[in-house]
Design a protein around this ligand. Structure first.
Ligand SMILES: *Cc1c(COP(=O)(O)O)cnc(C)c1O
Length: 387
């Protein structure tokens, strides 16, 4: 009776439906399922952050509407964190906006800059929200495949001139989910130059800049001279501080881009609960030892899993960042077949690569979001599979 709008009808099919059904079926049989599917860390939010949130919850001044752009104190905390981490200066008044999780900003951003018929350049496989935000804004997605041949970086030179002339935004995401690829500052420089040449906005999703290993330290695109003329960067406290449930992030960069996004937010939401912003201030301005500890834990898990998978004959490139592994599916299987088999016969959930986009076919993603013992258990179950 109530027909969904055309934009909802255009949503891509949810490719994990069958896997979710299968998971419920396996669980109903009483199997102790090991879930390596979701990108949600199992670790609790560090105590000093929780305590700051509790204290802030008690303050009556936080019980009112926040502002859409966010508390100036939070934006100042972002500025000092950004300066310490990336050496980049930002103006808290015009170059920072608080987000209700970075997903919120990523989804809303195209509403500020995309008109019907405009093209948005979106990597694939990828976090689905770049395409969905484009769709909701009435834009057209032009996909840029991320493959092993191009080191999981978009081939900007492959974009046809007629597409480029209609393109408004180029989405990028490094360290990358799901491929775990990383880039150098030099590559960001090329992207900035390309964007200037073609009058594009660069929107960089930087959700994983703090989860890095092996001496690699991810850059911000804003470290590139002139980046602020074309770029906005989306950051999240979710993965860095194990705060996925709190819903807090921020966007930084070009003041007009920040203003456009803030204007959408003014008209859609009324900003992030101030008590949560105060917890965010504690996260960004407090000791960063907890982040180093998160890295240590994920690194340990990463090594356990890499070594175990290698012994079992899997092909996987050791990631320099993120808490994922992007693994080749064994010969003779599709991503979907393999993930279904692993779930049915070993009780392990892993994500089929094609669920993030067609070029992800032939891969599966492991999230290192369970403890070391569970990963060891997963490895021993995988060892008993006949593949
Ligand atoms: C987790 C994730 C986000 C969103 O995080 P929020 O919790 O909304 O801040 C954004 N981009 C990618 C690639 C992610 O994996």
């Amino acid at each position: 009776m109530f027909d969904f709008s055309e934009r909802l009808k255009k949503l891509p099919p949810y490719l994990f439906v069958e896997l979710d059904r299968l998971k419920a079926e396996v669980q109903a049989k009483g199997v102790d399922v090991i879930d390596l599917g979701v990108g949600d860390p199992d670790l609790p939010t560090p105590e000093h952050i929780v305590e700051a949130g509790k204290r802030a919850l008690e303050k009556p001044e936080n019980h009112h509407y926040p502002s859409s752009v966010g508390m100036i104190a939070f934006r100042e905390a972002v500025v000092s964190w950004f300066k310490a981490r990336f050496g980049v200066e930002l103006d808290p008044a015009s170059e920072v906006v608080t987000l209700i999780g970075s997903k919120e900003g990523i989804a809303h951003f195209p509403l500020a800059f995309v008109n019907p018929g405009d093209v948005v350049l979106v990597p694939t496989p990828a976090y689905p929200v770049y395409h969905i935000g484009t769709l909701f804004a009435g834009g057209e997605t032009y996909y840029l495949p991320l493959t092993a041949e191009n080191d999981f970086k978009p081939d900007l030179k492959s974009i046809p001139e007629d597409v480029l002339s209609r393109a408004r935004i180029l989405w990028i995401n490094y360290p990358n989910n799901p491929t775990t690829a990383v880039v150098t500052k030099e590559w960001f420089s090329e992207v900035v130059a390309f964007a200037k040449e073609h009058n594009l906005i660069v929107a960089h999703d930087a959700a994983y800049t703090e989860l890095y290993f092996d001496g690699y330290v991810p850059p911000s695109i804003l470290e590139v001279p002139g980046a602020k003329e074309v770029a906005i960067e989306f950051h999240s406290l979710s993965k860095t501080y194990c705060m996925t449930g709190w819903r807090i992030g921020f966007a930084v960069g070009n003041p007009e881009l920040v203003k456009g996004l803030t204007t959408v937010k003014n008209n859609v939401d009324s900003g992030c609960f101030q008590a949560i912003q105060e917890a965010g201030i504690a996260a960004l301005t407090g000791s960063q030892d907890c982040v180093a500890e998160h890295r240590r834990i994920f690194d340990e898990r990463r090594q356990v899993m890499l070594e175990g998978l290698k012994k079992l004959g899997f092909e996987v490139h050791p990631p320099k960042a993120t808490f994922y592994l992007w693994v080749k599916v064994p010969e003779g299987y599709t991503s979907a077949d393999f993930c279904a088999k692993v779930l049915k016969e070993a009780g392990i959930v892993v994500t089929p690569g094609n669920g993030f986009g067609d070029p992800g076919e032939g891969y599966f993603r492991i999230a290192l979001t369970v403890g070391k013992e569970r990963l060891e258990e997963a490895l021993s179950r995988l060892a008993s599979l006949s593949l």
